[in-house]
Design a protein around this ligand. Sequence first.
Ligand code: SF4
Length: 441
Amino acid sequence: MTNSKKIYIETYGCQMNVSDTEIVRSILSKDGYQFINSPEAADVILLNTCSIRENAETTIHKRLANLNTIKKENENLVVGILGCMAKQSGRKLLQTNDMVGIVAGPDEYRKLPELITNCFEGIKGMAVNLSRIETYDDITPLRTEGVSAWLTIMRGCDNFCSYCVVPFARGRERSRVSSSLISEIEKLTEQGFREITLLGQNVNSYKCPESGDSFSTLLEKSAAAGQGMRIRYVTSHPKDMSPELIEAMARNHKICNHIHLPVQSGSNDVLKAMRRDYTKERFLELTKLIRSNIPDASITTDIIAGYPGETQQDHEETLELMQEVQFDGAFMFKYSPREGTKAFKVEDSVPEEEKAHRLNEIIQLQSEISKLSNLNEIGRLHEILVEKPSKRNRDEWVGRTDTNKTTIFPNKEGSYKAGDFVNLKITRSTSATLFGEVVQV
Ligand code: SF4
């Protein structure tokens, strides 16, 4: 079915939203909508939003303000808010911002065709119910061409960490059926994808509702199904990281040796206040177990600076833990109070400038650690998956190592294309990037 209406989608936040946008494209393409890459010519503009921190929401408010110029030129333009802001502040947006005609939450995307049709007839609409069962299992995401594909294996989260909006914005945990995931991986192999990343807020607690498959079982089945493919996964939760999973990674070379393991803080008092359900000692044990089973593994993390009640001593314990673990990389943020979360009810006691000061110390330390970690790569051989030309120099191309490190190499003759696996010897590095030359092994 075709219709002449053009849709422009802008995606913010995490990979879950990137994957959800592909599901939204699939749902709307069935109604014949066409997708375009610029808002100016659109009949429908959808913003797939993030609500993890305050500035994520501020970004959307600013974006809506500058999209107003397009609305002035096209009064029939339909603007919709998707993603985590929908549940968190969708009603207020719909009531207070004339631009917004549709609000749809992460479990309600099947209703988008109807909401859009109604909105063209002047009826604004909102659908933000959370579901205990919705996994869009029967919908094949409309993926953009490329070598890497995201595959959402579960939705929602049951952990309710004190600072996090995800369980409120995305609902309770539910896993997709492993057999349908495996057949999707087989199709992706046929379509020429070379890498799949299994996605979930907390993939370690994946459990197939039909077979009972655990995450490590699903990971091994995925590796077996993905011919000539690399398998990655994100995000783990330390409390559910199991020796079985680490052993499955160690014995299967197609499962990439990179683990993203958010620690958030190095202080047991803060971890308790955050309801993270593990201690720093347990976290350190886990990183030792990972490194003893997978010596070349890279471990990255997330860290929050300035959580309510965090003392200077707590902050120093975070720096000490970073020194001890030597993460290969980290996402580092200041604590941002989020309405509806447990922490929101606690006084945000660490002053903004002190939060900024602690965050800077964490960022500086991590930059030194990443620099050292990448310096140690010089002289090593790595098989990389070639992705695209380097933005800076078209004669150089970019790819990633099995350990998820961005690597640049010369490809003047164009001998290598996206999707190729190439062996490189690392010749130099910065804290963020490796540089290598092609070697025959
Ligand atoms: S594990 Fe915690 S931080 Fe992660 S999505 Fe769930 S509630 Fe949020």
